[in-house]
Design a protein around this ligand. Structure first.
Ligand code: PLP
Length: 389
């Protein structure tokens, strides 16, 4: 079935003689019982509001369709989705191997919190092959964390090869699937054990709700994830779940529009004299293009742009000159955004080679020619300030 159908079909199921299309937002800590005898029984469904209501159940089901998963869990943020997934896969004394281009707060969790639990984290070059990753594993390695493409530098990993090689050694694999939004990559179909994503990005799609999802097929792993969520007391507000569900219904229609515009912007940028390289795997010039083409069915709207040499002030002046790009973190909403990212790269162990500042662009749903004109005037200023023009 077409992705657009799969994300909508459950919305019209005949579950009641008459009902609204969308589930109600039920705000509830307490769920009242008609009789004391059902107080501790699960027969009537969850006994406490923390387990979520109808909107959570409908969202989880729709996300299962999206990720081709048996079970999907919700988390209050994308970062929480990653940390829950990691904690479910490891024990004290274990080691996790993490791609160096991981979203940096995920890295921070590995370096700070995992360490406190006696779990070591090591960081691998983002373009390491499956064999190279296996060579970095020890007998303590229990989890490999991929992010494909990686944050800021957009390297693609060979999910299938890594998952197969890891499974043969009893190591689980987790993929941060936020960039592909669950639409353009199905990590579970490629053998990964867990696909997690920030729903705050494309699924929500409107820059107004936080959320995360953790998708799995293995019932044992599902039980461990369920336990982590319950034991740590995680909860997703019904308002946020409702907003994400609303966004999810149009995700498969919005994403191709982001892709069309982003590809046009990326191709255009690549030809500009102020630009060294556009980091976007859908570009045929990308070193990851072959893997991307094999495993992904499309590209979203987020890319990196390495500029010719210039100072921090030059890069900030470029951002300030843009009229159609907001300057702020996060991405995946309808709006175009731009950020200067050099400070985040310094946290990496394996420094990417580059000569100039790194800008991150999110290409939104505005008219693409307007975005290109805006970028052109910004690059004119950058070129003048840096003496390139
Ligand atoms: C790749 C990636 N994963 C996870 C997250 C975390 O999402 P959230 O902001 O909802 O915690 C982000 C946020 O920017 C991200 O870019």
């Amino acid at each position: 079935m077409d992705e657009r159908t799969r994300l909508l079909k459950d919305a019209v199921r005949r579950t009641a003689p008459r009902r609204p299309v969308n589930p109600p937002i039920e705000r509830a800590t307490t769920l009242l019982n008609a009789k004391a005898e059902t107080l501790r029984s699960n027969a009537l469904g969850p006994g406490y509001g923390i387990s979520g209501g109808q909107v959570h159940a409908v969202l989880r089901e729709a996300l299962s369709e999206l990720e081709h998963a048996q079970t999907v869990f919700l988390a209050p943020t994308g970062l929480a989705a990653m940390t829950i997934a990691i904690l479910a896969a490891v024990e004290a004394g274990d080691e996790v191997l993490v791609t160096d281009s991981v979203y940096w707060p995920t890295r921070r969790f590995c370096e700070h919190q995992l360490k406190r639990f006696g779990i070591a984290a090591r960081f691998a070059p983002p373009r390491a092959s499956a064999e190279e990753l296996m060579a970095l594993c020890t007998e303590r390695t229990r989890l490999i964390l991929m992010e494909s493409p990686g944050s800021l530098t957009f390297e693609i990993q060979d999910t299938r090869a890594v998952a197969d090689a890891a499974r043969a050694k009893g190591i689980r694999t987790l993929v941060d699937n936020t960039w592909a939004a669950g639409v353009y990559l199905k990590p579970l179909d490629h053998g990964a054990d867990i696909s997690a994503q920030a729903l705050s990005k494309y699924a929500g799609g409107h820059s107004d709700a936080f959320g995360g999802s953790i998708a799995v097929n293995d019932p044992k792993l599902a039980k461990r994830i369920d336990d982590v969520i319950e034991d740590f007391g995680w909860f997703v507000s019904p308002d946020d779940a409702w907003l994400v569900l609303r966004g999810l219904r149009t995700l498969a229609v919005r994403l191709p529009e982001h892709e069309r515009s982003a590809l046009k912007v990326a191709e255009w940028l690549q030809a500009q004299p102020e630009v060294v390289e556009v980091l976007y795997p859908a570009l045929p010039s990308s070193p990851d293009h072959g893997l991307w083409k094999r495993d992904f069915t499309g590209a979203s709207g987020l890319m990196g742009v390495e500029l010719k040499p210039g100072s921090r002030q030059d890069a900030e002046a470029l951002l300030d000159s843009l009229q159609l790009f907001g300057v702020g973190f996060s991405w995946g909403g309808f709006e175009s955004l731009a950020t200067w990212e050099d400070p985040q790269l310094t946290k990496r162990q394996h420094q990417p080679k580059r000569v100039g500042p790194l800008i991150r662009l999110h290409i939104g749903l505005e008219g693409v020619d307007d975005l290109i004109a805006d970028l052109r005037q910004g690059l004119d200023r950058y070129g003048a300030a840096t003496g390139l023009r």
